[in-house]
Design a protein. Structure first.
Length: 170
């Protein structure tokens, strides 16, 4: 029976590699975001240099939004891979981000909600700058959704704080 248990545990442990394609898929999504970023940047340059119609501020906010989303995907892919699949090596590489290897599931959750709130803030700002194209009801929904994200972020941080405080006490 012990041998059967050892075999089961070996396969169960090896199954973590089933997550690797998910993290690779996030890298492909970053490439797609890069293409969207390049398209938006070319459009912005067209507005500036060729006098094309459009609002440069909205285009710049879209660039910021895309960059935030790219960073979020990278954090999820790197920390998810390190937490659930395997450690990156070498740990002392000069270009290794300082947060790699230190972001646990709780930290990842807070970084994720923080990035979502930042992205939502940019989207809300874009909506207000282009408010004549939206109804009051659409704007109210955007504000409500944003406040939901902010409230969720505060509640995540609060539960994380309480959880950390309880661990110190025991």
């Amino acid at each position: 029976m012990k041998k059967l248990e050892a075999i089961f545990e070996r396969y169960l442990f090896a199954s973590r590699w089933l997550l690797a394609p998910f993290f690779f898929g996030l890298m492909i999504a970053i490439v797609a975001l890069l293409l969207k970023f390049a398209k938006e940047l070319l459009g912005l340059m067209g507005m500036v240099f060729l006098g094309n119609e459009g609002q440069p501020i909205l285009s710049i906010l879209t660039l910021v939004d895309t960059a935030l989303l790219g960073g979020l995907l990278l954090i999820i892919a790197f920390s998810g891979y390190e937490n659930f699949v395997s450690k990156f090596g070498p740990a002392d590489h000069e270009d290794r981000p300082a947060w790699m290897g230190k972001v646990g599931f709780s930290d990842l959750k807070l970084k994720l909600i923080g990035a979502i709130v930042a992205i939502s803030t940019v989207e809300l700002l874009k909506a207000f700058l282009d408010s004549e194209a939206m109804s009051d009801r659409q704007l109210a929904w955007k504000v409500g959704i944003h406040l939901t994200f902010v409230t969720s972020g505060v509640l995540f941080a609060l539960t994380d704080y309480i959880s950390g405080k309880n661990k110190v006490g025991h």
